[in-house]
Ligand binder design. Structure first.
Ligand code: ADP
Ligand code: AMP
Length: 217
């Protein structure tokens, strides 16, 4: 199963990707997570990406496409993958199509998570991430039993620098300008399915699985 998740920042891509990747036993590939890991490890890539991320802008296509190409070439992606946060521009989608055509493994499906803007602002403003294991929580919608501490591993939770109000606003503009056109791009290709991504997380997961099962593989 080769799947792309598309949706506004805060739509729940990472949250759903985690469950879907487990369900289908395929790797979750998140370009945002790859950039953040590189920033934490102070690599050259991390240094290059940080300025764009903190400003709510996209990291340039050439850099992003290269890291995805390297990641998809790893052995664990051969049996399928779930891309979360990539592609985010039409040139990235075209590059992905080309990479997968060369491997003769086209995408099975692109799943759009639909959430209105007021809800994504609420989700992003309250998002907290575990510094140790990367698990995502929410101060209101998915509270850990002890505030600021990850229930899963005991790590400390933090608020992402790009989840502050001005950056959230810019990220939503960037989504509308550069990423939303992908919905039309994949619809035209006949591989788009959309699900309403509001309501309890497990309900959204069920809707996503139903959409994924609708595809002949
Ligand atoms: P994305 O990867 O699309 O940016 P996340 O998966 O990180 O989004 O989710 C953003 C925030 O919204 C997180 O704090 C998460 O806990 C919360 N969240 C995710 N799904 C839901 C949901 N169905 N209802 C309420 N909050 C949610
Ligand atoms: P995310 O974790 O998906 O919310 O991504 C966080 C930030 O990483 C984005 O706001 C961008 O700055 C950068 N980023 C992640 N994925 C991409 C991508 N496919 N193209 C460009 N920038 C990206």
């Amino acid at each position: 199963m080769r799947v792309v998740l598309v949706g506004a920042p805060g739509a729940g891509k990472g949250t759903q990707a985690k469950f879907l990747a487990e369900h289908y036993d395929i790797p979750q590939i998140s370009t945002g997570d790859i950039f953040r890991a590189n920033i934490a490890a102070k690599t050259e890539l991390g240094t290059q990406a940080k300025g764009y991320m903190d400003a709510g802008e996209l990291v340039p296509d050439d850099l992003t496409i290269e890291i995805v190409g390297d990641r998809l070439a790893k052995r664990d992606a051969a049996a399928g993958f779930l891309l979360d946060g990539f592609p985010r521009t039409v040139p990235q989608a075209e590059a992905l199509d080309e990479m997968l055509a060369n491997l003769e493994t086209p995408l099975d499906l692109v799943l759009e998570l639909q959430v209105d803007e007021a809800e994504v602002v609420r989700r992003l403003s309250g998002r907290r991430t575990c510094r140790n294991c990367g698990l995502v929580w929410h101060v209101e919608f998915d509270r850990p039993s002890k505030p600021g501490v990850c229930d899963s591993c005991g790590g400390m939770l933090f608020q992402r620098d790009d989840d502050l109000p001005d950056t959230i606003r810019r990220r939503l503009e960037v989504y509308e300008e550069q990423t939303a056109p992908l919905v039309g791009y994949y619809d035209k290709a006949g591989i788009l399915r959309s699900v309403v991504a509001t309501g309890p997380v497990d309900e959204v997961t069920k809707r996503a699985i139903t959409a994924l099962e609708s595809v002949q593989r």
